[in-house]
Design a protein around this ligand. Structure first.
Ligand code: G3H
Ligand code: 13P
Ligand code: ZN
Length: 326
């Protein structure tokens, strides 16, 4: 089947208490790892491309890689989404260039400017059946050129969401409830030590999620910055020459809870980067004589696949849901 937009996926995810995984793609091995996992467990998927990914790999290459995945996996619905669209022109280029969904990220703008920009993108996108994600509230962390320092993030204000959704016509809304981008989401000081000696981060602001949802009713919410930063991969990076002290993510149990509520799209990028980097570092340490990229990218791709499978089955709850989203 051809690429789909996110409408049906989100309707079914909302009804079924699960979330669609939105995984960032930058190269062939990542596209393959993700989509092979989805194919194996029959899960719908959103492949998303950031401004940085377009700059790195080139728009055309990324679209063609995703088209290849669609051809290889005809039985699963795949959406191609622009992640953190920075302006109207980038969104338009993606809509004109084969994407089926875009995010316009006006979250850093004053409210009225965010409304105006988001509405402009929606008005254009909807002419072509392309779905649009907007954002209210700002996450800490780095995404492309925008860096929000910890302490300068702001939670979504539930009293703004209904006005924003009505006036812009967006199809989904990203909100800020305590997640952040990257592999350092919480400092050890923000965490508590449990009886097993494991650092447990503070709870996400489920009160805000519920308040937003009470305002919007049956409307899909998106969670950015939702990597769990698996400690086995952090350890792998650190064991094999890396230095990532205190990398801490969102506990998967909290993501599962969000997926059972109104969160229909969960964004994961850093976890894939960790799996790839950890695996490649280990490979080079164990095989210092090897220099064929196929040899080190093959286990990296395999580990991405296993990680994505785990997310689909145990965290997002969308395994087996491909057919109903078609
Ligand atoms: O939210 C940002 C995503 O992780 C994409 O990251 O801008 O480095 O491609 P990137
Ligand atoms: P992570 O950095 O937590 O993977 O978040 C990715 C993201 O939100 C992409 O938009
Ligand atoms: Zn994001």
């Amino acid at each position: 089947m051809p690429l789909v937009n996110t409408k049906k996926m989100f309707e079914k995810a909302f009804e079924g208490g699960y979330a669609i995984g939105a995984f960032n793609v930058n190269n062939m091995e990542i596209v393959q790892g993700i989509t092979e996992a989805c194919k194996e467990v029959n899960a719908p998927v959103i492949l998303q491309v950031s401004k940085g990914a377009r700059a790195y790999a080139n728009h055309t290459y990324l679209v063609k890689l995703v088209e290849a995945a669609v051809k290889e996996c005809p039985e699963i619905p795949i959406a191609l989404h622009l992640d953190h669209g920075p302006d109207f022109e980038t969104c338009k280029a993606c809509i004109d260039g084969g994407f089926t969904s875009v995010m316009i990220d006006g979250s850093h703008l004053p409210y009225e400017e965010n409304v105006a920009l988001t509405k402009k993108v929606v008005d254009y996108a909807h002419q072509f059946g392309v779905t649009v994600e907007g954002e209210l509230g700002t996450l800490a962390g780095i995404e492309d050129d925008v860096c929000v320092e910890a302490g300068h993030e702001s939670y979504t204000k539930p009293e703004e969401v209904i006005d924003f959704v009505r006036r812009t016509g967006v199809d989904s809304l990203a909100i800020a409830i305590g997640t952040s981008h990257g592999a350092y989401k919480f400092t050890p000081e923000q965490c508590t030590l449990n009886e097993d000696g494991v650092l447990v981060p503070p709870e996400l602001r489920f009160d805000i999620l519920k308040a937003v949802s009470a305002e919007l009713g049956n409307f899909p919410i998106v969670l950015h910055g939702a990597s769990s930063v698996p400690q086995n991969y952090v350890e792998m990076v650190n064991t094999y020459g890396g230095k990532m002290p205190n990398a801490i993510g969102v506990p998967e149990s909290q993501l599962r809870k969000a997926a059972e509520l109104a969160v229909c799209k969960i964004n994961i990028d850093s976890d894939l980067r960790l799996a790839m980097t950890g695996t490649v570092r280990k490979f080079f340490t164990e095989h210092p004589d090897k220099f064929d990229p196929r040899e080190y990218l093959k286990p990296a791709r395999a580990n991405i696949k296993e990680l994505v499978k785990h997310k689909l089955v145990n965290v997002l709850g969308c395994a087996g849901k491909a057919d109903e989203c078609l």
